[in-house]
Design a protein around this ligand. Structure first.
Ligand SMILES: O=C(O)CCC(=O)C(=O)O
Ligand SMILES: [Fe+2]
Length: 201
């Protein structure tokens, strides 16, 4: 399948998931959140992130006063639930490699939540892409270059869109400036969910 657009090497598959597929994925995510509750990670400096998170897979991404890292257990001490088949299917269709993701990060953006510009670079091997799925409210996604101070541009990600950052774009700086709270009817209470799939080891 060809991407709908490629921006600075990042492939965007617009409306990759139709509405029933999005709703089924939300049900899967409810299952993850029941097993591994959302939490608000703290940065090393003790500031709470505005995005609430949890994970599925062998590893989850956590952050606390010791810094951020992948961990085999939720902060409550339990293993993360498995990555849903429906999520793995998206990876199989678009990630174009033989490894399966080891982490499915679930990011939950409520009103006013954002994610600062960053690189995804806690993984061992950057030859594997990062794939992300957007659900619910629209999010303004900012992409730059592989330099922190490089030029950036932004575009709106909508429910059902899938983004693949691979190859030369694997270490592109990116972030979410803001969401348009209430712009989608997928989540009855509003908000945006982003799933990010990564090979970790
Ligand atoms: O919410 C998004 O679209 C991006 C999330 C992200 O960049 C991350 O979790 O590393
Ligand atoms: Fe990221």
């Amino acid at each position: 399948m060809e991407p709908s657009l490629t921006l600075r090497g990042i492939d965007v598959y617009r409306s990759y998931l139709d509405r029933p597929e999005q709703a089924a994925l939300v049900d899967d995510i409810r299952g993850i959140v029941t097993a591994a509750p959302l939490f608000s990670p703290e940065t090393r400096w003790g500031k709470k992130m505005s995005v609430r998170m949890t994970s599925a897979g062998r590893f989850g991404w956590i952050s606390d006063r010791s810094g951020y890292r992948y961990a085999a257990k939720h902060p409550n001490g339990e293993a993360w639930p498995p990555i849903p088949e429906r999520v793995l299917d998206i990876w199989q269709a678009l990630a174009n490699n033989h490894r399966l993701p080891e982490c499915c990060l679930v990011n939950w953006y409520g009103e006013g939540a954002r994610m600062g510009l960053h690189q995804d670079r806690d993984e061992a091997d950057f030859s594997f892409p990062v794939l992300s799925v957007s659900l619910g409210d629209e999010g303004l996604f900012r992409v730059g270059t592989d330099a922190r101070k490089g030029p950036t541009e932004s575009f709106w990600l909508r429910s059902g869109d899938v983004v693949v950052m691979g190859g030369a774009a694997r270490l592109t700086y990116h972030g979410v400036d803001r969401i348009r709270f209430g712009s989608s009817t997928l989540l009855p209470q509003g908000g945006r969910i982003n799933l990010t799939l990564r090979v970790v080891t």
